[in-house]
Design a protein around this ligand. Structure first.
Ligand code: AKB
Length: 322
C-alpha cells in the first residue's frame, strides 16, 4: 500500500478546520500538508505541516505538489453563495481558476487523487419542487451554484479525458461546532447556536418555513473520507454525488433547540439570502452515494442539536478555565 501524502487547500475554512485533523489522525501528521493563503490558525501549525500558498498561483501550487510528492489533494478554497453574489466576477474567478489550477497540477503529477466539494447550489428553480435526486435538472441561479455546476463538468472532463481520479460531493448546508461558516446561505443554522448560548435570542435571516438540506460536520468528514477510500471502479458518478443528512426549517430547528434552551427567543428578518434559499431544494435524495460507497448519515436533527450544544458548552467552559 502506498503512503499517501495529502495537500489540503483552503485549510483554514469551515471544512478544512475539521478535515485536516481527521486526515492527520488517519494518515499521520507528517503526511498531511495544510495550506491557505491566510495567516494560519495556531492549531494547524502546531499540529502538523503548513504551507502558506495561494491556489490562484499555478506555479506555486505545482511546486508544492511535486516537491512534497502529493498523492491526494483536497481542494477546499472557495467563495460561498451569499458572499459570491456581492462580487460575482471575483467569486467566479476564484472558484473556477483555482479548481482548474488544481486539476492541471494533479494531472501533471499523475496518480494524484483529487477531492473537490460541490454543493446543493447546483440545483435551482427548474429542479424544484420535489426532493432533488442525483439526476434532477441542474438550474443554478447564484454565481456560486453556476461555478459549482461548471466545476462538476470540469471534474468529469478531467476524469474522462485524462483519467484523473477526481471525486466530489454536493454538500448540503454544513453545521459545525468548531469553525464558523463564512458567507453562506445556510449559515443561520450555525449562528443560531452561538447566539442562543451567548445572548438567548437570535434574529434569523431566512423565513421560518424555509426548508433546506443540512449535514452535521462529523458526518460530512466521515463521508468524505469514505468516498475518497472507495475503489475507483466502484464509483459511477464523476460529476458530484448527492449526499443527504437531514432537512429542516428554521422553525423546526428552533423547536429542537428549545427542548434544551426553553428561553430562546427568535425573530425573523429575511434578507437577500432568502431569494437564494428559495431557489434551493428543501431536501435531496442520495441513492447513488448509498449504493456506490455505502453512505449513511448518523446524525438527525435532534442528535445534531444535542451534540452541538454540548460541544459549544464544553468549549466555553474550557476557555473560561484557560
Ligand atoms: C452556502 O450556503 O453557500 C453553502 C452551501 C449550501 O454550499 N453552505
Amino acid at each position: 500500500m502506498r503512503t499517501e501524502k495529502i495537500l489540503v487547500t483552503g485549510a483554514c475554512g469551515q471544512i478544512g478546520t475539521e478535515l485536516v485533523p481527521a486526515l492527520r489522525a488517519k494518515y499521520g501528521r507528517e503526511n498531511v500538508i495544510a495550506s491557505d493563503r491566510h495567516l494560519v490558525t495556531e492549531d494547524l501549525v502546531r499540529e502538523g505541516l503548513y504551507v502558506k500558498a495561494d491556489v490562484m498561483n499555478p506555479v506555486m501550487l505545482e511546486r508544492v505538489i511535486s516537491h512534497s510528492g502529493v498523492t491526494q489533494v483536497y481542494h477546499l478554497a472557495a467563495v460561498l453563495s451569499a458572499k459570491g453574489e456581492s462580487d460575482p466576477r471575483g467569486a467566479w474567478d476564484l472558484n473556477m481558476q483555482s479548481l482548474l489550477n488544481v486539476l492541471e497540477a494533479a494531472r501533471k503529477r499523475k496518480n494524484c487523487r483529487v477531492f473537490w466539494p460541490s454543493s446543493i447550489a447546483v440545483f435551482g428553480p427548474g429542479s424544484l419542487p420535489a426532493a432533488c435526486t442525483q439526476n434532477s435538472q441542474l438550474d443554478p441561479v447564484t454565481i456560486y451554484g453556476i461555478s459549482k455546476l461548471a466545476g462538476e463538468l470540469w471534474c468529469r472532463y478531467y476524469f474522462e479525458n485524462y483519467g484523473l481520479d477526481v471525486r466530489s460531493i454536493r454538500y448540503p448546508g454544513l453545521i459545525s461546532s468548531t469553525a464558523p461558516p463564512g458567507g453562506g446561505t445556510t449559515d443561520y443554522a450555525v449562528d443560531i447556536f452561538h447566539q442562543a448560548l451567548k445572548k438567548g435570542h437570535y434574529t434569523c435571516f431566512l423565513k421560518e418555513n424555509t426548508g433546506l438540506p443540512m449535514l452535521y460536520m462529523p458526518d460530512a468528514i466521515r463521508g468524505t473520507l469514505e468516498l475518497m477510500a472507495t475503489p475507483r471502479e466502484e464509483l459511477t458518478v464523476r460529476t458530484a454525488y448527492n449526499m443527504a443528512g437531514m432537512s429542516f426549517t428554521p422553525r423546526e430547528l428552533v423547536a429542537a433547540i428549545r427542548t434544551h434552551l426553553p428561553e430562546l427567543v427568535v425573530c425573523y428578518a429575511p434578507d437577500h439570502r432568502q431569494k437564494i434559499a428559495d431557489s434551493w431544494p428543501s431536501s435531496i435524495l442520495d441513492l447513488e452515494a448509498r449504493h456506490d460507497w455505502g453512505w449513511s448519515p448518523r446524525y438527525d436533527m435532534q442528535r445534531m442539536v444535542a451534540d452541538m450544544l454540548q460541544q459549544l458548552k464544553e468549549k466555553k467552559e474550557n476557555m473560561a478555565e484557560a
